[in-house]
Ligand binder design. Structure first.
Ligand SMILES: Nc1ncnc2c1ncn2[C@@H]1O[C@H](COP(=O)(O)OP(=O)(O)O)[C@@H](O)[C@H]1O
Ligand SMILES: [Mg+2]
Length: 381
């Protein structure tokens, strides 16, 4: 086992294309780290540089204490699992799994023992004599996992390994990967664009966008205290609602206000006002932070709206609302009866309101336009 350290790592493709920018990251010995972000943000490039499949343009990469920038992939003591399995079609499961050990001229008895151990761990005993074409997608991916673990490498690298599986199998294989990690405790770097996979698998989640690291925290911390509005909008489904408005001080409290609502804020530091009585701000509220009641109830700290559409999900439902000014809100609430067109009040607790700095220069419609979280900035002050 080993730690993996990236110091100022960049990947610059011809034409000055920065796929990864100045990435600092330390993956601890035995940690399960997930790199998550939208397509094209530089996840695979990062993983391929760690694997040695892509040259590093700038920075230093260490596995353990050893600088491996110029070390051949074969000599990095890592194993990588890809989305498309990459099994050898003409070899049996057993031959696929033993391939790397045979190449290394490991003793026959050891190869046999390792393959049996991995097959046992992954429930592949009955499939050892089959060729990949006689396997289902889920079985092929288990063989790919088996091929990686027989080598007992210091580090596992996964690049979207579940993307080709159907929904049910994806959840099952995800649990399998988590169980394997608990059992083997091997340092793991796992790449996905799927926020649910990231949240369920990672000891730590690194959110990337445009080749940059945006946040590196535990899944829960990332969800509860997103560093910026990009992270806030990327994690969570349905995504967080954003509202442009003003931050103001009155009656000994700070308030968020716009044409639709006046919401009391909980622990927003008064310094954010910079001595002004009000300033522009963006409020972020997660769909599950709302509670919906009849419009004739208590409406302080609530948004008045009408029901556009309801989407029943079983025990919960998603409710799409429209405010007086025409803003759309999505709320996830306990299943209940609501009529389309009905007037309601959407309530939110002060501590469930996230605040973000508006980004003056950003393009409207882009989730990155709001910039850094004031909550996160407050911690730095
Ligand atoms: N071989 C390449 N040549 C030029 N640009 C590339 C190459 N590979 C990837 N890129 C670019 O680098 C960026 C990051 O790609 P990638 O790491 O594959 O993203 P992800 O895995 O997060 O979807 C993208 O903009 C992509 O177009
Ligand atoms: Mg990729």
């Amino acid at each position: 086992m080993a730690s993996v350290t990236l110091e100022g790592i960049s990947k610059i493709y011809p034409g000055d294309v920065y796929a990864v920018r100045d990435l600092d990251l330390e993956i601890h010995n035995g940690e399960f780290l997930v790199l998550v972000g939208p397509s094209g943000c530089g996840k695979s490039t990062t993983l391929r540089m760690i694997a040695g499949l892509e040259a590093i343009s700038e920075g230093t990469l260490k596995i353990g204490d050893r600088v491996v920038n110029d070390v051949h992939p074969r000599d990095r003591d890592i194993a990588m699992v890809f989305q498309n399995y990459a099994l050898y079609p003409h070899m049996t499961v057993e031959q696929n799994m033993s391939f790397a050990l045979r190449m290394r001229k490991s003793p026959k008895s050891e190869i046999k023992e390792r393959v049996a151990w991995a097959a046992d761990l992954l429930g592949l005993q009955d499939l050892l004599k089959r060729k990949p074409k006689a396997l289902s997608g889920g079985q092929r991916q288990r063989v790919a996992l088996g091929r990686a673990i027989v080598r007992k490498p210091a580090v596992f690298l996964f690049d979207e390994p579940l993307s080709n599986l159907d929904a049910k199998l994806r959840v099952e294989t995800r649990a399998e990967i988590k169980r394997l990690h608990r059992q083997l405790n091997t340092t793991t770097i796992y790449v996905t664009h799927d926020q649910e996979e990231a949240m369920t698998l990672g000891d730590r989640v690194v959110v990337m966008c445009d080749g940059l690291k945006r946040q590196s925290d535990s899944p829960l911390e990332t969800y509860q205290r997103p560093a910026d509005s990009f992270v806030a909008s990327f994690l969570g489904m349905p995504p967080m609602n954003f509202f442009e408005g003003t931050l103001e001080q009155a009656d000994g409290h700070l308030w968020f206000a716009n044409e639709d609502a006046r919401l009391r804020l909980d622990d927003a530091p008064v310094e954010w006002l910079n001595g002004e009585s009000r300033r522009p701000i963006v409020a972020g509220i997660r769909p599950e932070s709302f509670e919906i009641t009849n419009a004739d109830g208590e409406t302080a700290s609530a948004v008045a709206a009408t029901v556009l559409v309801t989407e029943p999900l079983g025990s919960t439902m998603d409710v799409y609302l429209e405010t007086k000014s025409g803003r759309r809100i999505v709320c996830r609430v306990a299943a209940a009866h609501l009529e389309e067109g009905q007037s309601v009040a959407a309530h939110v607790a002060p501590q469930a309101i996230h605040l973000f700095e508006p980004n003056q220069s950003g393009a409207a419609g882009s989730p990155t336009r709001y910039g850094r979280s004031l909550r996160a900035q407050g911690e730095l002050v």
